[in-house]
Design a protein around this ligand. Structure first.
Ligand SMILES: Nc1ncnc2c1ncn2[C@@H]1O[C@H](COP(=O)(O)OP(=O)(O)OP(=O)(O)O)[C@@H](O)[C@H]1O
Length: 250
């Protein structure tokens, strides 16, 4: 049982969910503190995606507690409400608007909460522009601001989408396999970028790339068969015989 602290940003305890009798999550407990960057590793089918689905309200747990910012019960909220509460999710595949410029993608993301009609007549304030400039710098796309998103590399599209999520000012950002398909240079830059982002919010990143996880240099949680197998520094986790047997040694 995990001790619940009112300052804890995300708190999962004893979370289980089954699909057709198969336990995808099995009494999972997981805690993220404000401003924390956490890496999640684990074999295929370990429950990493299902855990993200539970946090974002896509899947309901059969059992267990899921709280955000101390006392907000996420199991009672739907996906839209959870996004509104400040939980952003980056899926594996980038879904940027290819035929719009980098700047316009960020402007659209900034306007997302305003509704279609309001957006049509909305003019960016100086503050909005300053915010977009800041996001461009964070996601390393200042020099590409006027280029169509279609012309970006795969890695840059991933960064743009992270920028679009930042426009929503999430307190918790969930990022699923961001470096899959990236070049080595982009992968190294993504580790720096996520560390920058985690200076102002919490980030949970799922990845299989162990070099990238090592670059992050943060606490790692290894999931297997729907629960936590090991948790701690990368050296601690990667030397755990259970982790070697279930994941690294495969
Ligand atoms: N909606 C669903 N219906 C049936 N089974 C599901 C569903 N979602 C997940 N599962 C099963 O639950 C298990 C956990 O899957 P999950 O996608 O969470 O693992 P994962 O750790 O994200 O794996 P990967 O690294 O391959 O993405 C898998 O065996 C999967 O087939």
């Amino acid at each position: 049982m995990t001790e619940k602290n009112p300052r804890t940003l995300l708190y999962l305890d004893g979370v289980s969910v089954s699909f057709d009798g198969f336990k995808a999550l099995n009494s999972l407990s997981f805690v993220v503190e404000p401003g924390e960057l956490r890496a999640i590793i684990g074999p295929n089918g370990a429950g990493k995606t299902t855990m993200m689905d539970i946090i974002t309200g896509k899947t309901r747990p059969d059992e267990g507690e899921v709280f955000f910012k101390g006392d907000i019960d996420l199991t009672k909220r739907d996906e839209a409400e959870i996004a509104q509460l400040g939980i952003g999710r980056k899926f594996q595949k980038p879904t940027v608007f290819e035929n719009h410029t980098v700047w316009d993608n960020l402007e659209l993301a900034l306007n997302r909460g305003r509704g279609v009609f309001a957006t049509l007549f909305y003019r960016l304030t100086g503050e909005d522009k300053r915010r977009i400039e800041e996001i461009l710098a964070t996601v390393r796309l200042t020099a590409r601001r006027d280029d169509l998103a279609a012309g970006l590399s795969h890695g840059q599209k991933q960064w743009l989408e992270i920028g679009m999520l930042l426009a929503q000012e999430p307190e918790l950002l969930l990022v699923d396999e961001p470096v899959a398909g990236m070049t080595d240079a982009e992968t190294a830059e993504t580790a720096i970028l996520l560390k920058d982002i985690a200076k102002t919010r919490s980030v949970v990143v799922v990845e299989h790339d162990m070099g990238f996880i090592r670059d992050l240099g943060v606490k790692v949680t290894c999931l297997a068969e729907g629960s936590v197998l090991a948790e701690g520094s990368i050296d601690f986790v990667s030397n755990d015989p259970k982790v070697i047997e279930n994941y690294l040694g495969r």
